[in-house]
Design a protein around this ligand. Sequence first.
Ligand code: ACM
Length: 641
Amino acid sequence: MKRIVIVLLFVAISTHAVLAQINIIPQPVEIKTGQGYFKLNPNSGISYPANNTDARRVAEQLAQQLSRVTGYKIPVLSGIMTTGLGNITLNINANLDPKLGNEGYNLKVNETITTITANSAAGLFYGVQTFKQLLPDEIEGMVKAENIQWQAPAVEITDYPRFGWRGLMLDVSRHFFNKEEVKRYIDDMVKYKYNILHFHLTDDQGWRIEIKSLPKLTEVGAWNVKKTGRFGTFSKPDSTEPRDYGGFYTQEDISELVQYAKDRFVNIVPEIDVPGHSLAAIASYPELVSTPGKYYVNSGEKFMEWPPKGHFYGLIDNTLNPASEKVYTFLDKVFTEIAQLFPFEYIHMGGDETARNFWEKSAEIKALMQKEKLKNLDEVQAYFVTRVNKIINSKGKKMIGWDEILDGGLTPGAAVMSWRGGQAGVSGMSGGARAAKMGHEVVMTPQDFVYLDYMQGDEIMEPKVYASLRMKKVYSFEPIPEGVDPKFIKGGQGNLWTEQVYNLRQLQYMTWPRGLALSEAVWSPKSSRNWSDFITRVEDQLARLTMAGTKYSPAMYEPDIKASKAGANGVEVQLNTEIDGVDVYYSFDNSFPDNYYPKYTAPVTVPKDAEQLRIVSYRNGRQVGRPMTISVAELRKRAGL
Ligand code: ACM
């Protein structure tokens, strides 16, 4: 009997070995599984094509990571290395493989060697990211891991991206994230083949980049009053509260970040958000606003109104004065320095959410309208955007802006970043669809699908934000709007606004794992999207995120709590999770449930005198969700009682 068990165990192990699960995110274009394993050993080395410094850097980055966790001293060698058990060879194609393009790669892993071939160093870099995902989770650790079989299953992968613009936007204005934190964010994003960091550098809460010709922008504009709690509800700072919270990047910091990103094949898109969202600039240089007054950088106290119906308006004027030549002189100085600091071809000028109520009252703006024959404030904004476009073009750069820059007629040559209106066929034609139909280049960042500041799960579990966005919805993001010529769609991007994000841990939490879903929407073939298969792969990545010390949200395991009326005065609760195979247990008796408690299988009626519902999620017998507690009073509210 014992022998049979041992034999069965052996069969089970070897079957597992043959059917190694390949869990790559984003899903590659083509995977052919092979037999056996490639094994790293103390004599493994990495070769790169001679005289290719970018490829050498890719090899060095990999060698460093492998050496750290394995404890082997893995050398980096110039020239092709075709033999030697456990070696890794990086090759650049002598003749371009058109299928791979600039970022694609071919990865061959067999029992002898691993070979990555690409047309460019960028392709090698992405091949390396995939290869690392074939190795054990401990590859992502910070220290040497003991007793690990450093092996990768034999496989051949051919892969290339669907879109050239695969972005994440980081808002460093609402809360400042220092240089090391930004580097850490870049480290995490490139693992999933993102190649654009859109840097939201200015807003009402802080100006974050040194402009040498305008020193007050960072002497004054980079600092506000530290407040703790829920942004947007803070008390108005009084004069005794120090304005010492915030920070900015010196130009040396920016150059360092640009280089750090470039070394990882990431372009940084700088955003200077004008004419709205400009309180930090106005506090620094009050002559830029059309409404005279004393201005302060906002610290999270309310200063705008968003009526449920009708247009939003400012309680104070946070807009640059489109009628003032001083504003264009200011912007010329800003964009001169920005253009010198950031090599990427685009500069983002914001353009979103300009409150118009102070513009309506300005005699100067009325005079501008007469002089320039501008019929309304949309046309005033269009006049401003056209002037800014000219300035940006004069620095040798192309302009991109949020889709409000379409209002009043879009200036030729400008690209649009579309955030409003969802997608065609879902909630009206998006700004992106309109712009593409007019022949403008477009990056799709629809708020309903990719706003990473939105709550990931039930709102009782999250810092309160005005909307929710489950990972499943992110996974359904299709960057090409219906009826639009794909050639105008450069790609897609997730936007992480940081009003409610106070630290790096929360930044990571908001990004992952939704960033995994988005990476697949912008890299993988549309036809390969498969939610349940994706979840299997996500679970493998969660272990890697843990190894890397990167925080993520477990919301995908936690149910949405829905309540509806039942009978005369009763309430019925529905607990639905976005993935299958999650078991939800609950209690109404105030004790904390575990997997011995009643399991949710169908809507449950709330007992008449219950005070609260407690919930916890398990998967395969292991707790995966956080304990959740919701009061019956809140359930009754959700039921409309
Ligand atoms: C935006 O979300 N205001 C672009």
